[in-house]
Write a protein that binds this ligand. Structure first.
Ligand SMILES: CC(=O)SCCNC(=O)CCNC(=O)[C@H](O)C(C)(C)COP(=O)(O)OP(=O)(O)OC[C@H]1O[C@@H](n2cnc3c(N)ncnc32)[C@H](O)[C@@H]1OP(=O)(O)O
Ligand SMILES: CC(C)C(=O)C(=O)O
Length: 510
């Protein structure tokens, strides 16, 4: 089994994502997490880009001990001097210098002949070797470079002392077979190539960054460059978590592994997403919110019977707590029953069939069916809660410069009408305080959720509350076009359940 080394460039190529601008503190936080993840090399930035970049590379180099810290630099002596200035205190440092080799870049961008490209590349590597033991040279746009010329350049920089040779697919243009062939050609034609690490660096313009990376591994590279969540210039880079999981899941095929602590992947992905502001799409492989969620009945049934029917990666493997069965209109009885058991119900077949029919009906009307919906749906049938208190009226006085005051009138089971008023920190708080007074109950509001059932300005507001009192926890739901009325109804509904549960006022009919 080969071990593939991981070169993370989230802080350099990842920061080249339009709109991303990380502070030094944020970069350090990500670098420390990358170290925990176990990446071999962290490209911390481009020291010559700005004094701020130099400073943050220097800071990371001082703090990170278990990963090699890398700075990118053009094939220019002054850039390389800056990289050394940033990295001189690192426990382990590497210079990454690059020069484009393709005909398009030579002609239009660099205005250099082939000879000048080789001359500058060699000069950069030799200058870098004065400071660094480890120098990586990248043939920018290598995948669009004539292969014989690529061999010439690589031979020259290997002879000059480069220890890592990277052939980037800078514009995400290559295909897996074509990219693999480049490495095969280098392995067959460059003298001394066996003494250097061969590296790949893929962009995702055609959606093939991970496939190309895996093809390069098959062809013999020993280092993979990429970013967390696949962020990076334009369409981004190869997503390292995807590469690592492909190797881990298909060890049988690739016969290669990494030293990453895979269970740190979820945490790293969330951190990078939060600090860069680049949200991870739900359907993103390995780290998307839906990567371990099952929505349809046939899949849910399969997963409940044997998880490997539809899951090739266990969520725990990458640091997620568990998979999710998402209940909705495509779910079947098996998943519904499983959810009811999780919520503490044990229904007869007849009750289950009845609840399932009502659940399907609800799914047709409501996009997201929550656990609270299911509890309400089942309770409505199973628990006939007597109305110890019925809401007769709720009135609120509210002004942006005054304390909200609510008055509440309720009718008890024996027909008595009670009324109380209270002030609160907000409208809902004042209503709940007035209800506490009028019912003489002391409860803790554990949860309050408000959702709109329908759309538009006249949408129905739905409020869920969870109350506790000693050992009892109850939920209540209230619906109205007015969210304050829905809030009052939900609270009273929960209180009625509490009274029924305690059994002190009325008999509970189950
Ligand atoms: C494929 C990649 O992702 S490469 C990395 C890309 N990342 C970045 O560019 C981020 C950091 N860059 C920067 O801050 C700036 O571009 C700097 C500081 C490096 C340079 O800024 P400036 O001196 O103003 O030059 P500018 O960026 O406009 O142009 C690039 C110059 O470098 C040259 N150049 C480009 N790549 C290289 C290279 N690898 N080696 C030597 N020269 C290069 C260009 O030909 C151009 O030269 P010219 O001014 O003689 O025409
Ligand atoms: C500097 C190199 C490695 C690069 O980022 C690219 O070619 O995409």
């Amino acid at each position: 089994m080969r071990t593939i080394e991981i070169f993370d460039t989230t802080l350099r190529d990842g920061e080249q994502s339009p709109g991303v601008n990380l502070s030094s503190k944020e970069k350090l936080e990500i670098a420390l997490q990358l170290e925990r993840l176990g990446v071999n090399r962290i490209e911390a930035g481009f020291a010559a880009a700005s004094p701020g970049d130099l400073q943050s590379v220097r800071e990371i180099a001082k703090r990170v001990k278990n990963s090699t810290i890398v700075s990118l630099s053009r094939a220019r002596l002054l850039d390389i001097d800056k990289a050394w200035e940033a990295l001189r205190d690192a426990e382990s440092a590497c210079l990454h210098t690059f020069l484009a080799t393709s005909p398009i870049h030579r002609k239009y961008k660099l205005n250099m002949t082939k000879e000048q490209v080789i001359e500058n590349a060699v000069a950069a590597v030799k200058h870098g070797k004065k400071y660094f033991d480890m120098v990586e040279f990248s043939c920018e746009d290598g995948s669009r470079t004539e292969i014989p010329f690529l061999i010439e350049v690589v031979q020259a920089v290997v002879d000059a002392g480069a220890r890592i040779i990277n052939i980037p697919d800078t514009v995400g243009y290559t295909t897996p077979a074509e990219y693999a062939n480049i490495f095969t050609q280098l392995l067959n034609n460059v003298r001394g190539i066996e003494n250097v690490k061969l590296s790949c660096h893929c962009h995702d313009d055609l959606g093939m960054a991970v496939a190309n990376t895996l093809a390069a591994i098959q062809a013999g590279v020993t280092q993979v460059e990429g970013t967390i969540n696949g962020i990076g210039e334009r369409a981004g880079n190869a997503a390292l978590e995807e590469v690592a999981l492909a190797l881990d899941t298909r060890k049988d095929f690739y016969q290669a592994t990494t030293n990453l602590k895979l269970e740190e992947i979820a945490r790293t992905s969330k951190l990078v997403s939060r600090l860069t502001g680049m949200f991870v799409p739900g359907n993103k492989a390995v780290v998307g919110a839906n990567a371990f969620a099952h929505q349809s009945g046939i899949h849910q049934d399969g997963v409940l019977k044997e998880v490997t029917t539809y899951e090739i990666i266990r969520p725990e493997r990458v640091g997620f707590k568990s998979n999710r069965l998402v209940l909705g209109k495509l779910s079947g009885r098996h998943a519904f029953k499983d959810k009811l058991i999780e919520l503490g119900y044990q229904l007869s077949q007849e009750e289950l069939d009845d609840a399932f029919a009502r659940f399907k009906d609800l799914c047709d009307r409501k996009k997201d069916v929550s656990d609270e919906d299911i509890v309400a749906l089942v309770d409505a049938k199973l628990v006939d809660v007597p109305e110890a208190y019925t809401l007769e009226n709720v009135q609120l006085s509210y002004g942006n410069n005054s304390i909200p005051t609510a008055s509440v009138r309720v009718r008890t089971l024996n027909g008595e009408v009670l009324e109380e008023a209270a002030c609160g920190n907000g409208s809902v708080d004042s209503i709940y305080k007035a209800i506490d007074r009028v019912t003489n109950e002391e409860v803790v509001l554990e949860d309050y959720k408000i959702v709109s059932v329908t759309h538009g300005k006249d949408a129905l507001g739905e409020v869920y509350v969870r109350l506790s009192q000693g050992d009892y926890t109850v939920q209540g739901r209230g619906v109205s076009t007015d969210v304050l009325e829905a809030s009052a109804k939900a609270y009273l509904r929960a209180l009625n359940k509490l009274v029924a549960r305690r059994g002190d006022a009325v008999e509970v009919v189950m």
